[in-house]
Design a protein around this ligand. Structure first.
Ligand SMILES: O=C(O)CCC(=O)C(=O)O
Ligand SMILES: [Fe+2]
Length: 276
């Protein structure tokens, strides 16, 4: 897709991701690197256009009305593993903490081909930008029919408990922050410190033990962060819906999510029939 068409979805004047070698492109990358080095996260306000956000929110609204999607509700540990912890750990050990998470998810195959999300995810300059901003050697768009991109809808009472992601980095597009609650709380580069703890703090006191950032969440903004190394959560939504999109890229080509993750996230392993 040509830049002049993509500029309907991405604010390419403000974020010249299709001209990374230009002075403006290099300045953008420097800004990303500085923020990632300092905070482990970079926020890019107004990365997508209001038209793109409106389009994606309308699609999510239609799917909610049609009772589509999968409401995932689960208990998990902070490392998102199913491995049995070694015996003899005290009850407050980080490996034994059970967190609760719930949200409604629309998988990629429920989001039509014509969605801006599909076009943004597949656009080569987007991949090159993410790769350069996150200083990855080579990344590839996820090939997972369900998980290559998806939309999360958090309603009041939903949250994501503290966790480290399995993937090294995450690309999160905020479409609509909650009216109240639903903060993204992020503790940069804390994996080693948390792994070394004997006692994990109560969920609401984590910030007394490690530095927790809570970037302002603004509609149409893109957030890039290193989720495998940094403990993070989405606090309980108190009012309004919180809607965001996740774009997946991997360090190996043709990666797909494993059956276990697919079941947990999407409630199924198979893509829907293409005429669904
Ligand atoms: O919704 C967010 O802001 C973060 C999502 C997240 O941490 C995840 O999907 O693993
Ligand atoms: Fe996460």
């Amino acid at each position: 897709m040509k830049s002049y068409l993509m500029s309907a979805w991405i604010d390419l004047a403000r974020y010249p991701i299709d001209r990374l070698a230009s002075a403006a492109g290099r300045a953008l990358l420097r800004r990303c690197h500085d923020a990632l080095d300092t905070h482990g996260i970079v926020a890019l306000p107004g990365f997508v256009t209001a038209a793109a956000t409106t389009h994606m929110l309308a699609q999510s609204e239609r799917l909610q009305k049609a009772s589509r999607g999968f409401h995932s509700s689960e208990k998990h540990n902070i490392f998102l593993t199913d491995e049995a912890p070694p015996p003899g750990l005290g009850p407050s050990h980080p490996q034994l903490q059970q967190m609760s998470s719930s949200k409604l998810i629309f998988a990629a195959d429920e989001l039509s081909e014509a969605t801006p999300l599909h076009e943004i995810h597949a656009w080569p300059p987007m991949l090159h930008f993410v790769q350069a901003a996150l200083r990855q050697e080579q990344i590839y768009p996820s090939a997972c029919p369900l998980g290559r991109f998806y939309i999360n809808v958090f309603s009041p009472g939903d949250q994501l408990g503290w966790h480290f992601d399995n993937s090294e980095f995450s690309i999160n597009l905020m479409l609509q922050p909650a009216v109240e609650g639903g903060a993204f709380e992020y503790a940069p580069r804390t994996r080693e410190a948390i792994e070394a703890m004997d006692t994990f703090p109560p969920a609401d006191s984590v910030g007394e033990h490690v530095t927790v950032l809570s970037p302002p969440l603004v509609s149409s903004s893109l957030y890039l962060f290193y989720g495998r190394n940094s403990l993070h959560r989405v606090s309980r939504i108190e009012e309004g819906k919180r809607v965001n999109a996740i774009l997946s890229y991997n360090s190996r080509p043709n990666e797909r999510l494993h059956e276990y993750t697919l079941r947990k996230f999407f409630g199924r392993c198979e893509a829907l029939p293409s005429d669904a």
